[in-house]
Design a protein around this ligand. Structure first.
Ligand code: NAD
Ligand code: DAU
Length: 345
């Protein structure tokens, strides 16, 4: 099989490239990535010499570039991870989210129609379902939960999902969609909660918690997400949506305290800052369909996953220090600077 992995220089896509090259040495993996601020060639350094791997720098919204790649490579499967992925950035500047997440997905779908493929897989998110109330622990997102988005990011991801389903129904494109909960693990960009927290603590900086830290996320170790997608592209039914999650809900404060404890720190490192506008309260995935249809179950327990993740960041300081020493400084100042009056020293 020849598989194009878009966004493979990012967090989950990068983990997926590693996972696939290890698990399926018979497959050819082509990574197509624009290398935005979130794309990092250091994530792919150890696979660049693998004869089954190829890297192509291109924008998924660049029709000419995408078409010529399809013409040249004649891929069997496309797995689309490429996206603008950070909610806070989408609140700051929504335009690029529409361009990449919606227009870019549309270009990939057109290329699939034009050149023919065996499977198109769209990596979506549980955020397309909006949020659940904090006082209804009995409620979960199923594949039938209506789309009900909150942020420009989630709206752009839901729009892309609708396009994928439209291409399946109207043109018979063999497509699947997965909607996963929050991932954590190696190569996670340090603008997201868990890696930001680790980098800040290791640099002696406070950990910013939005609002009261009561919002709930459903955390999954990234390798479990990769194994789920691998199953879907091989055995999943076309035209279907699959929810991916491990029933691992935690408040942000619980997550922060777990990570701080792993780093030998406590609440003294926490600083409460102004909340995210429109902040989704709770995400909680019902993964029954993944289990019943494809036999998938997550393998990594949260406490073990956090230990592995902290260890990885301690052992790969170069990887994240290169990121936070560059343009990231401007981002951090822009995002957190005017919240500083709320920081407890
Ligand atoms: P990321 O921001 O770490 O990586 C995104 C990658 O896409 C980067 O390598 C970037 O260079 C590339 N990219 C961005 N715009 C591009 C474009 N126009 N053309 C080509 N490449 C482009 O994101 P992530 O956290 O790894 O998320 C990957 C996918 O998984 C996204 O679609 C996201 O919506 C989805 N998702 C993420 C999570 C999570 O917890 N991180 C959970 C569920 C779903
Ligand atoms: O649920 C899947 C989604 O998970 C993906 O679709 C997104 O791409 C991914 O970024 C993630 O979105 P979140 O907004 O949940 O992740 P983030 O790491 O930005 O925030 C996690 C929670 O922590 C959220 O409730 C906001 C809060 N937070 C975040 C940051 C960056 C803080 O309290 N402080 C922070 O500094």
């Amino acid at each position: 099989m020849k598989i194009i992995v878009t966004g493979g220089a990012g967090f989950i896509g990068g983990n997926f490239v590693h996972y696939m090259l290890d698990k399926h040495p018979e497959d050819i993996i082509i990574c197509l990535d624009k290398l935005t601020y979130a794309g990092n060639m250091e994530t792919l350094a150890d696979v660049m010499d693998n004869p089954n791997f190829k890297f192509v720098k291109a924008d998924i919204a660049d029709r000419d570039a995408v078409y010529s790649l399809f013409e040249e490579e004649k891929p069997d499967i496309i797995v689309n991870f490429a996206a603008e992925s950070h909610v806070d950035r989408s609140i700051d500047n929504p335009g690029i989210f529409l361009q990449t997440n919606v227009i870019g997905t549309g270009v990939l779908l057109d290329a699939c129609r034009k050149y023919g493929i065996k499977r198109y897989h769209q990596v979506s998110t549980d955020e397309v379902y909006g949020d659940l109330p904090l006082d209804r622990p009995d409620l979960f997102f199923t594949e039938e939960t209506p789309l009900h988005t909150s942020s420009p990011y989630s709206a752009s991801k839901a729009s892309a999902d609708l396009l994928v389903m439209a291409y399946h129904r109207t043109f018979g494109l063999p497509a699947t969609i997965s909607r996963c909960s929050n991932n954590y693990g190696p190569y996670h960009f340090p603008e997201k909660l868990i890696p930001l927290m680790i980098a800040n603590v290791l640099n002696g900086k406070p950990v910013p918690v939005y609002g009261k830290g009561e919002n709930v996320r459903d955390w999954l170790y990234v390798e479990d997400h990769c194994s789920a997608i691998d199953l879907i592209i091989r055995n999943g039914r076309v035209g279907e949506v699959y929810n991916i999650g491990g029933h691992n809900e935690r408040t942000n404060l619980e997550v922060v305290r777990t990570v701080l404890a792993e780093l030998g720190k406590g609440d003294e490192m926490i600083t409460y800052v102004t909340d995210r506008p429109g902040h989704d309260r709770r995400y909680a995935i019902d993964p029954t369909k993944m289990h019943n249809e494809l036999g998938w179950l997550p393998q990594t327990k949260f406490d073990d996953g956090i230990k592995k993740t902290v260890k990885w960041y301690l052992e790969h300081r170069d990887w994240w220090e290169h990121i936070i020493s560059g343009d990231y400084q401007n981002y951090y100042q822009n995002m957190y600077g005017d919240r500083e009056h709320k920081f407890e020293k």
